[in-house]
Design a protein around this ligand. Structure first.
Ligand code: GDP
Length: 303
């Protein structure tokens, strides 16, 4: 009798469940997901990234049981919010100032800056120098772009304004040796961090890749940070892939976010290389470097 009771209870619960819940099918999800895909692309998320994110949400929700009457749209948007947050917030981001401080008196924290000319790399290095200096850990700047005319002078102007030392090289000279000298200089004078500028020719050719790899071998950077311009969309994605394949990228700084109200490039770049965005550039002044806030950008994208 007990077994019979249990069985009938089970059946009754099954009936209640069938009435109260329903399993989501692809055809329930598709209309909402089509709208979301359009929203993402209109926010300048690259089509490839938008399609892949939407496909992930669809897969995750197919077969998911929702209460009857619960709007599918809300379920989908919640899942999308979660997917975007996971993508943009893959784990703890380094606190560069704290890490540099821990290195004082020993081997300095070496940060290599990668990126194509015009993205805002020079300005970003100056902003990071300003941030570190304000936190009490003055860095040495290594002007290891010995290729682009004016690169050394441009950095020297910032270094002087900021009151941070700079180690320069000859144009046409070996960038790896400039970076090496800067690390030695920091070590011997007790500076806790070295910010290494690198060349960023528009065509990431094999010479540039070799040059960057040599710098990496010689100074063994703690972080290789890629600088991309949020206004360049698919180019930024392409650059992220190229630099990541060439030397490996640990984190990204996206510049000119102040001029990009939509912010889709942040999603596209994160999706392309699955590396964290560390900071965003929000203007031309030294103060205009902010820690990246994934929640804020997701709110902005999803409204
Ligand atoms: P590089 O060639 O990559 O070294 O680029 P620069 O650092 O010289 O920057 C190129 C231009 O972008 C300059 O006019 C900078 O002031 C500007 N810039 C850099 N970062 C930002 C940013 O976050 N917001 C805005 N609005 N302009 C920026």
């Amino acid at each position: 009798r007990e077994a019979l009771n249990r069985a009938s209870e089970h059946i009754a619960r099954g009936i209640v469940d069938t009435l109260a819940y329903k399993e989501l099918k692809p055809e329930d999800l598709e209309p909402v997901l089509d709208d979301i895909l359009i929203d993402l692309v209109e926010s300048d998320v690259a089509l490839e990234a938008a399609e892949s994110i939407v496909a992930g949400v669809k897969e995750g929700l197919t077969g998911y049981r929702v209460r009857r009457g619960e709007p599918v749209e809300k379920v989908v948007r919640d899942a999308l919010r979660k997917a975007l947050l996971t993508l943009l917030d893959p784990g703890p981001r380094p606190d560069l100032a704290a890490e540099a401080r821990r290195r004082c008196g020993g081997r300095p924290l070496v940060i290599l800056f990668l990126g194509v000319n015009g993205t805002g790399k020079t300005t970003t290095i100056a902003k990071v120098a300003y941030m570190l200096r304000k936190a009490g850990v003055t860095p040495v700047i290594a002007a290891a772009d010995t290729f682009r005319a004016g690169a050394q002078e441009q950095l020297a102007v910032h270094a002087e304004k900021l009151g941070v030392p700079i180690v320069r090289g000859r144009y046409g000279g070996d960038p790896a040796s400039v970076a090496y000298d800067a690390v030695k200089h920091a070590e011997s004078r007790g500076f806790c961090a070295v910010l290494v500028d690198t060349a960023g020719r528009m065509h990431v050719d094999s010479n540039l890749v070799e040059e960057l790899r040599k710098i990496v071998r010689v100074v063994k950077p703690d972080y290789k940070i890629l600088v991309v311009d949020s206004l360049t969309g698919n180019d930024a994605v392409e650059q992220a892939r190229l630099f990541d394949e060439a030397v490996g990228v640990d984190g990204v700084i996206v510049t000119k976010v102040d001029a990009d109200p939509k912010g889709g490039t942040l999603v596209s770049v994160a999706h392309a290389i699955r590396k964290p965005i560390l900071y965003i550039g929000t203007g031309q002044r030294y103060e205009d470097l902010r820690p990246f806030d994934p929640q804020k950008i997701v709110d902005q994208l999803l409204g």
